[in-house]
Design a protein around this ligand. Sequence first.
Ligand code: PLP
Length: 277
Amino acid sequence: MELAMINDTVVDMDQAKVSAHDRGLLFGDGVYEVIRFCNGKLFEMEAHMSRFEHSLREMDMLSQVDLAVIRNRVDRALDQSKLRDAKIYFHVTRGSSPRAHDYNNSWQPEFLLTVRAVKDHHHQETGRAIIHPDWRWKRCDIKSLNLLANVLAKHAATKAGAYEAILVDEKGMITEATSSSVLMVKDGALWSAPLQANILPGITRSLLLKWAEDLGLEPQEESFSLVDLKNAEELMITGTGTEVMGITQLDGQTIGNGKLGNYTKQFQKKLVAAMQF
Ligand code: PLP
C-alpha cells in the first residue's frame, strides 16, 4: 500500500497535508533524499543517509535533526506499506513560521515521507536528451528542495520529445542533468565531472565509477566539454529513478552508433544485479 508520513504519523497519501507556514513550501527551505527499496531491502541506504547528513549540515540544520529518528521512520513506513519494491522520498524542512526570510534555529523541523510502489522493476534502456544551460545556484552538492532550474530544463526536454536535459555551464562544460548524473565513455575511460559544489554527488554515479575498472575502463573524474560529449563513444545518465540509461541522441545528433552501447549494457546489468542483492 502506498502511504505518506507527516512527522511521526503515517497517513493516507491523499490525506497528507502541510502547514501554509512550512518553509519548504514558502522558500524551498529544506533537503531531501530518494531511495530505492528493492526486494525488501534499502539500496545504498548508508550512502543516502551520509549525503543527507551533508545536506543538513550545509543548510545549518543538522543540530535540529536526529538521523536515527529518520531511519526509524523510514523502516516503520516501509513496514506498514507491506511493499517489497518501492521508491521512498523524504524531506526535512526548516520548520513552520509566518513568512519572513530569516530563520531561527529553535524551530522544529517538519518531516514528510512518501512510499510509492515501483511496478516496472527496471527503467528504460535508452533515451534522448537535449542540452540546456545550467541555471542552478552554486551549491548543487546540497540536495535542496529548490529545484526550479531543474524543473524548467526538464520541461524543455519533454517539449522537445526527450527524456532528460543535460546541463552545460557558462564555460561550455558539462555538469550533470536535471535529475541524473552524466557519464561518458571515451578513449578507454569512463568520464564524469569531478565532485565539486556544482554537481550533486550521485550515488549511482559513484557505483559506476567504482565498477569501471571491472569493465576495463579508467575512471576519470575530470571536467569535459559539450564538444567532448558530442563525440562520446557512449553517453549515459544515472540516478536512483533513472538507473542507467544510454543516451543515443543529443539535440537530434546521434551519439556513438545510435544504439545501446556495450559498456552501458554491462553497467545496466551490474546495477540490476546489485539492486537484487
Ligand atoms: N543529479 C541530480 C541533480 C539529481 O537530482 C539526481 C537524483 O535525483 C542525481 C544526479 C542522481 O543521484 P542518485 O544516483 O544519488 O539518485
